[in-house]
Design a protein around this ligand. Sequence first.
Ligand code: URA
Length: 183
Amino acid sequence: MISWEQLESTCQQCQRCALAETRTNCVFGVGNREAKLMFVGEAPGEQEDLQGIPFVGAAGKLLTDLLTSVGISRDEVYIANILKCRPPKNRDPLPEEEDACIDYLRAQTALIRPAMLVCLGRVAAKRIIDKDYQIMKQHGQWIERGGLAMTATLHPSALLRNPNNRPMTYLDFVDIAKRLRNL
Ligand code: URA
């Protein structure tokens, strides 16, 4: 199996899709490489592209607050995205960009071997759980695949746009924390 060092340096030099031309930084992933719980978002935004770290902008602050509110620290989990490079103007990832990038996430997941994986938002849920995933209907439901328990919840950016959905998302996080502590 590839080492973390090989994987990260390959990713940092990646030219597999056109986003390599517009990125400031490749945003590989951050957190505990022995985490039992892994979060997967969509793609870096402006702050993430500038700093090279996932979820450090406004959506990231909300993610940190949600984690803190249920007693999970960022240091305890691993956080990555479907895309490692920022799409211009934060547009949705293109299928060919996801295809070009997904092996990095697969390799990260294989190295970490988490017990639980949480998709943040529609893009990650459709790519990882089911191409027809309906986030508003299915969020908070768990499925098990090859010993990995998976769910999705709303993306923190969506909560910034629509704060009415915060209470139900908080309940998803309460459940995530409960399951983590019961592992
Ligand atoms: N949104 C994401 O999906 N990922 C980030 O890293 C930041 C914002």
